[in-house]
Design a protein. Structure first.
Length: 403
């Protein structure tokens, strides 16, 4: 059996629904993939994920290599047994940390330079003001990291990333790449892209053939580089494709990149937009042919007191969120979202959740994370159904107010 099969089910105006089949089961696309950075979706357990209908999760190669160690996870049977979970697992390559601990820290930016995603994407698990200090250094062989826990130097190369992901035993893995900064100039972006291409070929050579390897398209905000990278990666024998690196200096830059890249990728293979997951982005990027998304935003926003709400209260201006600490919720008997069917909204009031947040009660983090993930996963259910029945643009207008 191939490590991955992708079947397209319905198509509509360049969008599609489908099913990805792996060694540990199937998931439907378009899909939002909850992030389990350190082999757990923060504040939630496997029963929660089952109830939520999460069909696939993504774990972090770099962090699991450091703690508890990929060799220990292999000894204990791989991530599926280690986590006690029987569903598809994706692992990234560690390439994003080359950015977040490198130029991301030096430049003080996220994947988009206006910092729209800065708080939702950064995955550094220690407190500091990072701007101005780099903890990761890239050369042609790989990346040297300063371990944020011990201060020791950690090296990742394409071969090492493949070895770590093989030890983790994930179903879908990503090639090791250099995720560039939106403040990098074209000369450096081109150099990083060529480096990523060399690393992609090394990953094809060294990866465990029982795992489905996705190649990553780089090239920053530059059309000629993105198109060159898409053609290069598309010509290789990857099971699917990630679109990564800097996504420009605005949301429109991101959409432009998709319009350049997606038509150059083989239609019969899945496309994953790395690290993106805001409500408006799910609509706009699915519309441009993206099949898979991952982002830490739903649970990270939850921990910071931001809870998702649907129209009409939620709208693009407030990014479909309320901040539960706001004093106006102190006596508010309503649920977080009156349109939501999750058990949190069916059981608890905004006033109660505000109390838990202000009191720093641990139960708040589970309840808030559960609601936010439920919200996003149900939205994806609706997007899939709207592609199937041809009502996508009506649904998009209902949420975003425009087509």
């Amino acid at each position: 059996m191939k490590p991955l099969k992708f079947k397209i089910r319905e198509t509509f105006e360049g969008m599609r629904t489908g099913v990805v089949e792996t060694r540990h089961g199937k998931f439907r696309t378009p899909v939002f993939v909850p992030v389990a950075t350190s082999a757990t979706v923060r504040a939630l357990d496997n029963r929660d994920l089952e109830e939520l209908g999460a069909e696939v999760i993504l774990a972090n190669t770099y962090h699991l290599h450091l703690k508890p160690g990929d060799e220990l996870i292999k000894k204990l049977g791989g991530l599926h047994k280690f986590m006690g979970i029987d569903k598809p697992i994706i692992t990234d390559s560690g390439g994003f940390q080359a950015f977040s601990l490198g130029f991301g820290m030096e430049h003080g930016v996220g994947k988009i330079a206006d910092n729209i995603f800065l708080e939702g994407l950064r995955e550094v698990n220690f407190k500091a003001n990072f701007k101005g200090e780099k903890w990761a250094f890239v050369n042609d062989e790989g990346v040297r990291f300063k371990d944020p826990y011990s201060g020791e130097i950690v090296e990742l190369t394409p071969k090492k990333s493949m070895e770590i992901q093989a030890n983790l035993g994930s179903d879908i893995i990503f090639a090791f790449d250099e995720c560039t900064s939106p403040l990098s100039d074209k000369e450096y972006t081109a150099k990083a892209m060529e480096r990523t291409h060399r690393w992609a070929e090394e990953c094809l050579e060294y990866h465990d053939k029982r795992q489905a390897l996705f190649g990553i398209v780089q090239g920053g905000e530059y059309r000629d580089l993105r198109e060159k990278s898409a053609k290069f990666i598309a010509e290789r024998d990857f099971a699917g494709f990630g679109i990564g690196g800097s996504l420009g200096k605005s949301k429109q830059d991101m959409l432009n990149i998709l319009e350049w890249v997606v038509p150059l990728l083989p239609e019969e293979k899945p496309r994953h937009l790395l690290g993106i997951g805001a409500v408006e982005d799910l609509f706009n990027c699915v519309e441009r042919g993206v099949d898979m998304f991952d982002c830490v935003a739903p649970t990270r926003w939850a921990r910071r007191g931001h809870l998702y709400v649907s129209p009409p209260e939620g709208n693009p201006a407030n990014k479909f969120r309320i901040h539960i600490q706001n004093s106006r919720f102190r006596e508010d008997p309503k649920p977080i979202d009156e349109n939501c069917e999750c058990f949190v909204c069916q059981t608890y009031s905004r006033a109660y959740l505000r109390h838990l947040f202000v009191a720093n009660e641990l139960s708040y983090f589970r309840l808030a994370s559960y609601h936010n993930l439920h919200f996003i996963l149900k939205l994806m259910d609706g997007i899939r159904e709207s592609i199937k029945d041809g009502s996508f643009f009506e649904l998009k207008k209902e949420w975003l107010g425009y087509i």
